[in-house]
Design a protein around this ligand. Structure first.
Ligand code: DGL
Length: 262
């Protein structure tokens, strides 16, 4: 069984690590679309085109299911991918429902890209799950770039987190949704800035569980796989290998995505 996973960059690794833990035998192919990061300030059409190209590549590599390990790309392109490709497409969205259950103050903050926050999909999500709770959102320009640089604790990253979390905390949020797959890598710093009493919620584990369910239900007879993981980037393979290895916690040698998909 081969699973294809993609993100605008390295953020999707925060989802991939849960997939690896839950499905140790599957063959994983991960694409970091580093030549086009960040997706957060691109048009929905642009992200849709990138998502289609990356999915084509992953299918060519033998992927039997696709995980869109990116909230922004899910909002912009998941529907199109489901229409264009005949295979399970698992997307992700900010964890509004669990946050609504977790909050005691009745105020939940959402940190996400501007693309996710202004999407119709996100409005519908609030409409469905957050009627009686106050939800305060904050776009986080620049934060994805810091993670792409591997700067998880530096001064600039801290300042950005202070700027983005302060208004949410001042308004009484006791729960923060990490609505972008890059942000779980910043969780220690966010906790340090916001305080350990603030609950941080992300969707990585839930998405891995959803993938597991879909595979069992829809592809029950597929052979398990060889447990390997393969990494591709649309930018410089050497630079990507360095940062992917840092975030993954063991050496990764990324390969360059073929020109036609990059
Ligand atoms: N990691 C992505 C997400 O979950 C996108 C970040 C970006 O490229 O702006 O939204």
């Amino acid at each position: 069984m081969t699973i294809g996973v993609f993100d605008s960059g390295v953020g999707g690794l925060s989802v991939l690590r849960h997939i690896r833990m839950m499905l140790p035998d599957v063959r994983l192919i991960y694409v970091a679309d580093s030549a086009h990061v960040p997706y957060g300030d691109k048009t929905a059409h642009y992200i849709e085109q990138r998502s289609i190209a990356l999915t084509r590549f992953l299918v060519k590599q033998g992927a039997k299911a696709i995980v869109v390990a990116c909230n922004t790309a899910t909002a912009a392109a998941a529907q199109t991918l489901r229409r264009e490709f005949n295979l399970p497409v698992i997307g992700m969205e900010p964890a509004v429902k669990p946050a609504v259950s977790a909050t005691k103050s009745g105020v939940v903050g959402v940190l996400a890209t501007t693309g996710t926050l202004k999407s119709a999909r996100f409005s519908a999500l609030l409409e469905r799950h957050a009627k009686d709770i106050e939800i305060i959102t904050h776009g986080c320009p620049g934060l994805v770039e810091q993670v792409e640089l591997g700067d998880l604790e530096g001064q600039k990253t801290r300042q950005l987190i202070e700027r983005y979390t302060e208004p949410l905390l001042l308004q009484g949020a006791d729960t923060l949704i990490l609505g972008c797959t890059h942000y779980p890598f910043l969780a220690p710093l966010i906790r340090d800035v916001a305080g350990s009493h603030i609950e941080l919620i992300d969707t990585g584990e839930a998405v891995a569980r959803q993938l597991q369910r879909r595979l069992l239900a829809e592809l029950p007879d597929t052979q398990p796989g060889d447990g390997t993981a393969h990494f591709f980037t649309s930018k410089d393979a050497q630079a990507a290998s360095l940062i992917l290895s840092k975030l993954w916690g063991s050496p990764i040698e990324a390969r360059k995505l073929p020109m036609e998909f990059a």
